[in-house]
Design a protein around this ligand. Structure first.
Ligand code: CS2
Length: 451
């Protein structure tokens, strides 16, 4: 077990992290811990849960300490990061968040607020803090979005600039000149915490830890060299972060290969009724499908160096039996994830005249998933802002493959205009939906791999 060796007593709240979910606590919090442990006291974290009071309060009661199990085929170990200095809840303690951003010690704001978190309210919260910094004559900060969105830094910047411009052009100019919004790609598979994880921590460490998490050994953070304090680039690099001029090749590879396959696996898994990604990867036909999805659909238009190795490493990561990463967890918010994870690969493949069969099958699996019950007839609930509307469409047209495909490909928030009529796409999705319905998902997976 690795106990925090950062000097917590001297740590300054230099980072305000928005989104206190499992991912941040098992990924960036460990990077900040490493920087603190190296003797730089400026990387202590104020952790902001956006809504969950329970989590923030549980962590506060544990002085911000929690155990992370890091496990893969080679080893199992525990680490207790010490970077989290205090917690608060944006929905309950808004003023505390603004104060934390406006504090002289703050230098970075990082965000993992999920795809649906990028709202005007989020921008208003950040800009309130930045406005106070300007008024106090404090330096600007680096504001790094770490969510699975393409061009995430620029998207967040646009959101903040539109809020700032509407209230005060001078504030907008200050943000433009003093703050930096780097694009960044973060990666580590961190399933949502479960009761079983608390129990494992209790058994291994003898403590009652309400914040215990489990993750894999692999982690990656690739960030654009665009920081309010340029000297941070070298510090982050020393802590294992990859600082680059252009994040896009890394972001595209991660979104289309890891996240794209994840969403495909989640749909197939929900329909077949297996529980976790590792359960699915243990089935040869599912593993072969993921290989085909990555190799035939995603890889041809990607530029990240070393793609075959990246793919093979992903297949091993997905198969990690220590990670209880539920298909239904990944399936949540799919209507927001599909446009980011499948949309660009589909666009590129169609433009280049390449085949899209594994993706057409994944899309058909999504349509089947929307029926709300698996192949054994067991119902499940869907967690998605558009669940009701999508489910209604899927049910309304059930029994008529062509009209199901037409109705669901016409949902403008998920698919670009024209896809419902595209002769290269819609008939292929219909073909696979028909195969899933008549032969079953397993047979359809085998067919697409063989084809
Ligand atoms: C997953 C991601 O839940 C999901 O949608 O695809 O959380 C994934 O595990 C991470 O992006 C891995 O870095």
């Amino acid at each position: 077990m690795v106990l925090p060796d950062s000097s917590r007593s001297g740590a300054q709240p230099g980072v305000v992290h928005l989104g206190l979910g499992a991912f941040h606590r098992a990924h960036q919090a460990l990077v900040y811990e490493r920087l603190l442990a190296g003797g730089d006291s400026r990387w202590g974290v104020v952790g902001v849960a956006m809504r969950s009071t329970q989590l923030a309060d549980d962590l506060a009661a544990q002085d911000g300490l929690y155990a992370v199990q890091i496990a893969d085929a080679g080893s199992v170990r525990w680490e207790i990061p010490g970077a989290l200095l205090r917690t608060c809840v944006a929905a309950r303690d808004r003023q505390q968040v603004v104060d934390a951003i406006a504090a002289p010690a703050a230098r970075w704001i990082t965000l993992t607020v999920t795809e649906k978190g990028y709202t005007p309210d989020l921008a208003a919260l950040i800009v309130d803090g930045l406005g106070r910094r300007k008024a106090s004559g404090l330096p600007g900060v680096t504001v790094a979005s770490c969510d699975n969105l393409s061009d995430n830094g620029r998207k967040l910047q646009a959101l903040c600039m539109s809020d700032a411009t509407a209230r005060d052009p001078a504030l907008a100019a200050w943000i433009e000149a003093r703050c930096a919004f780097p694009n960044s790609m973060v990666d580590r598979i961190v399933p949502a915490a479960t009761r079983a994880q608390y129990d494992a921590a209790a058994a291994a460490l003898g403590v009652d830890d309400r914040g215990a998490l489990s993750t894999e050994a692999f982690w990656e953070w690739v960030i654009e060299r665009r920081m309010a304090d340029p000297s941070d680039a070298a510090l982050l690099a020393q802590a294992g972060v990859t600082v680059v001029e252009d994040v896009k090749p890394f972001e595209d590879a991660k979104l289309r290969m890891l996240n794209g396959s994840h969403t495909a696996l989640a749909m197939v898994g929900a329909v077949q009724g297996w529980a976790t990604v590792a359960d699915g990867m243990a089935v040869p036909g599912v593993r072969r499908f993921v290989y085909a999805f990555m190799t035939r659909v995603a890889m041809p238009s990607l530029k990240r160096p070393g793609l075959p190795d990246y793919r093979d490493a992903l297949l091993e990561r997905f198969a990690n039996p220590h990670l209880h990463h539920r298909a239904h967890q990944i399936a949540s918010d799919s209507s927001l994830k599909i446009p980011l994870r499948w949309g660009p690969a589909l666009r590129d493949a169609l433009a280049a005249g390449r085949e899209i069969e594994p993706l057409a099958l994944a899309c058909a699996a999504w349509m089947r998933y929307l029926r709300g019950e698996d192949e054994a007839g067991r119902p499940y609930t869907m967690s998605d802002p558009q669940a009701d509307a999508l489910q209604a469409l899927a049910r309304q047209h059930a029994g008529d493959v062509e009209s199901t495909v037409r109705a669901l490909l016409s949902v403008a928030t998920v698919w670009p205009a024209g896809y419902a009529d595209d002769p290269r796409w819609a008939p292929r999705v219909a073909h696979w939906l028909r195969r899933i319905e008549s032969a079953g998902m397993a047979a359809a997976l085998d067919e697409v791999v063989a084809g």
